[in-house]
Design a protein around this ligand. Sequence first.
Ligand SMILES: [Zn+2]
Length: 281
Amino acid sequence: MALFGSDNKTKNSLDGLWIKCNNCGEIIYKKEVEKNLRVCPKCNYHFRLSSREWIDILMDQNSFHELWPDVESIDPLDFKDRTRYRDKLKEAQKQTGIKDAVVTGYGLINELFVYTGIFDFNFMGGSMGSVVGEKIARLIETATAAQSNLLIVTSSGGARMQEGIFSLMQMAKTNAALSKLNRSRTLYIVLLTDPTTGGVAASFASIADIIIAEPKALIGFAGPRVISDTIGQKLPDGFQRAEFLLEHGMIDMVIERTVIKKTIAQIIRLLGMTDKKTGQP
Ligand SMILES: [Zn+2]
């Protein structure tokens, strides 16, 4: 995320034409990276994407319709640390152009209808507070009622501390909605992108019908240092990376971004609802 779009810190002498890869450090022609869906052509590093960029990659052109774009947090605890939570929210809204850390809606993927929720890590680290939980729960309920397909793309540091217990409650709320989905015919796919951790990883992100991850994405509940200190052991190489989780049966597949749209469409054709009108409000 840091190397794209409106990030002023990267506007240096390279003048926006070239970018430096976060992983391999190579200087690459920006257009080449963009053509490659923001994957480094030298080392296959998958740059983080905004929710808008994901919509462009996944959804058929002009097919996405946003649902509940104006739901906003009311700062239930009147929380303040170094800055007030409500000021932080305003700042994040100004920087990202969205009201909270997930964008929800519906649209078509290779002409197949899906309800979709896409996290935006640029908005307070994709953290889940009452708004994110509410929008995800509504999305699950809407997809269930319509017996349609559901795709959630995650990128999150976890629960939103500034909302305390209201934030943690969202884990139970979203999972309760999913238990109803589980009894319906609705197909639920999750795409885990870097990073998916904390309360999001520990709730709806881990119990989809099909769990896909991007290469090398960090996925886990607590950070590696906390785990290592708690169990008093050195952790294996690649612990909490997508490939390690695949090897240990925690996820179903690791898919390159360049073929992700095609792959999701294939899964829907095999397991989901294929009538393009299915679920359309
Ligand atoms: Zn690279």
